[in-house]
Design a protein around this ligand. Structure first.
Ligand code: NAD
Ligand code: DAU
Length: 356
């Protein structure tokens, strides 16, 4: 059966990875279809990320629809109006710290929202086998690693935060819809992304902006926690590879093969900022503050992405120091974007919850 790939529903396309994915897709010559971006614009959703796409393709090949994935009627209407044949499901509450302060939104969007979307797809695609539901998930569902080893697709799920538990639950639902109803589906579990348009509550953009603004750099706990960092464009490339070549019912781990202790990453970032500003590196590293740890803070993540490399021919390609430098330059050069984002509801939240 030849796959239809004409009308792609992207959920959460106004967020960090979703908007990068739409930019990526707009540059793919092998895709000439329509993109329907359904996003309810939470604090993390920003249509400004897609202003160029809206200008170039709005109403022709690109359609933004302000809609909540928890709203069954809206989702059903989208499938029917745009004859959706592919779903790439990014929409989620994505920040671990917020899930600690307020887990309910995470349950509602990540679990009930994914369930609602799956139901809409199942009802709309009854007679079709040429369709695909691709679910974007995270390596955090696997829990925390010791000093050695890496998560593979066979690693048992052991989520430790309300965020990762809600993502784990959504992964299980996608799998169950494939096994029970035969809904054509794939899942990817990815490590930490970085790059342009990332909301500045996440570690890398937060540290960049604090350094540029002369503020403290708050490192949680002892700074020895390890994350595997992947440039967002490499993630987009992996998702497009799976959507085109992935096998239905399979999950794929996606990672950067690029582990960093948080403290070492912050020190590297300080050096790169200092190279750009011409100020001494000490001026930045002196602002590093070890602050109260995140409860349930996972110690180490690492991804074995051998399966997607071997079976689908994808691999991470961006060199970390280069990607990080480009990201710093992007934030430095986009102060109107930064100001708009920081002056929204985020400001209030930071004042209430954040250290430093
Ligand atoms: P983000 O928080 O930047 O963006 C989320 C987007 O979803 C926003 O545009 C928001 O408005 C939208 N959204 C939230 N709730 C919605 C709802 N109920 N209905 C419609 N839209 C809604 O998130 P991100 O960092 O871009 O992450 C995207 C996906 O990738 C998530 O599923 C996340 O779990 C996963 N992921 C993220 C990373 C990472 O490092 N950021 C790594 C692995 C996996
Ligand atoms: O691993 C994939 C996950 O990566 C995604 O599923 C999540 O959506 C995404 O937010 C990210 O989760 P993390 O919790 O790893 O990302 P965060 O940027 O919040 O934190 C990265 C590391 O830095 C983590 O060990 C906590 C630490 N940290 C974070 C912040 C915000 C600090 O030390 N100081 C900070 O101020």
């Amino acid at each position: 059966m030849t796959r239809a790939l004409n009308n792609i529903l992207i959920t959460g396309g106004a967020g960090f990875i979703g908007s990068n994915f739409i930019h990526y897709l707009s540059g793919q010559k092998d895709f000439q279809g329509r993109i329907i971006n359904a996003d309810c614009l939470t604090y993390a959703g920003n249509p400004e990320n897609l202003a160029e796409i809206e200008e170039k393709w709005g109403g022709k090949r690109y359609f933004f629809v302000k809609a909540n994935i928890r709203d069954h009627a809206s989702m059903k209407a989208l499938f029917s109006k745009y004859n959706i044949d592919t779903v790439i499901h990014f929409a989620a509450e994505s920040h671990v710290d917020r899930s600690i302060y307020g887990p309910k939104e995470f349950i509602d969007t990540n679990i009930i929202g994914t369930f609602t979307l799956l139901e809409s797809a199942r009802e709309s695609w009854k007679e079709r086998d040429d369709v695909l539901f691709h679910h974007i998930s995270t390596d955090e569902v696997f829990g925390s690693l010791g000093e050695k080893g890496a998560f593979s697709e066979e690693t048992p799920y052991r989520p430790n935060s309300p965020y990762s538990a809600s993502k784990a639950s959504s992964d299980h639902l996608v799998r169950a819809y494939f096994m029970t109803y035969g809904l054509p589906a794939t899942i990817s579990n990815c490590s930490n992304n970085y790059g342009p348009y990332q909301f500045p509550e996440k570690m890398i953009p937060l540290m960049i902006l604090n350094a540029l603004e002369g503020k403290d750099l708050p490192v949680y706990g002892d700074g020895q926690n390890i994350r595997d960092w992947l440039y967002v464009r490499d993630h987009c490339d992996a998702v497009w590879t799976i959507v085109n070549k992935g096998k239905k019912g399979e999950t794929y781990n996606v990672g950067g093969e690029n582990e960093w202790k948080n403290i070492d990453l912050v020190r590297l970032l300080c050096r790169q900022v200092s190279d750009l500003t011409g100020r001494s590196s000490d001026e930045y590293t002196d602002r590093i503050r070890f602050v109260k740890d995140r409860p349930g803070h996972d110690r180490r993540y690492a991804i074995n992405c051998g399966k997607i490399k071997k079976e689908l021919g994808w691999k991470p390609s961006c060199h970390f120091e280069q990607g990080l430098l480009e990201t710093i330059v992007w934030y430095r050069d986009h102060s109107p974007w930064v100001n708009n984002v920081k002056n929204g509801s985020y400001k209030e939240w930071v004042e209430k919850h954040y250290h430093g």
